[in-house]
Design a binder for this molecule. Structure first.
Ligand code: GLN
Length: 202
């Protein structure tokens, strides 16, 4: 059984849990999903999900509860993480906001609430490296990735990176949990060399 941790300060925790379960099931793997609100849970997790929400509040909670260094250790151990929207902001090398303490997991800089400013929220079909068909991406007051360092761009929209991979960490500026399409969770957790090393999948 794969133990998946979902940071549960805010955000679509149950939707992410469901997407993880379905992605695992597609590989005949069973998953136990645990919610992370305090320290000492992350070290027992095989994979982690940092959901969207409000990045300042999420960051404050992770720092105050001592969860932040555990997430960094998880990544240093080569275990997979999917960070979405506000999660991407917290995971970025530079969140460009004093109220957000960077976990420095993905070598990108971001600007909060900047993507698609003309329309706060929108849905777009995205071509994503590793997926055969476009992914229905839902953007909600999404962060703009304004520079990409040593990270791989997995998808672009309107000429801007909107999905990136840095080693075991995948970040998206959109919300992959808001449609019933679990392929981004699958890509981050079960369809990569690092992920397979953790889950024991071939
Ligand atoms: N606007 C939020 C922030 O900057 C992120 C939005 C989201 O997670 N949907 O923290």
């Amino acid at each position: 059984t794969i133990r998946a941790g979902v940071v549960a300060v805010q955000g679509d925790v149950s939707e992410h849990a469901e997407a993880i379960r379905r992605a695992a099931a597609s590989h005949d793997e069973s998953t136990e999903v645990v919610e992370i609100r305090q320290s000492s849970v992350v070290p027992d997790c095989d994979l982690l999900l940092l959901p969207g929400g409000e990045s300042t509040a999420i960051s404050r909670h992770l720092q105050r509860e001592g969860i932040a260094p555990e997430i960094v250790d998880h990544v240093d151990a080569g275990k997979p993480v999917l960070a979405t929207c506000a999660g991407l902001i917290v995971a970025s090398a530079d969140p460009n906001d004093d109220r957000v303490t960077s976990l420095d997991l993905i070598d990108v800089t971001v600007e909060r609430n900047a993507f698609g400013r003309q329309a706060d929220s929108f849905e777009a079909p995205l071509d994503v490296t590793g997926l055969d068909e476009p992914f229905p991406a839902v953007f909600i007051r999404a962060p703009l990735i304004d520079s990409v360092g040593d990270a791989e761009v997995l998808a672009e929209w309107d000429g801007r990176a909107v999905a990136v991979r840095d080693g075991p960490v995948v970040g998206t500026s959109f919300h992959p949990e808001l449609t019933d399409d679990y392929r981004i969770h699958d890509l981050a957790f079960f369809e990569s060399e690092v992920a397979n090393a953790v889950s024991g999948l071939e």
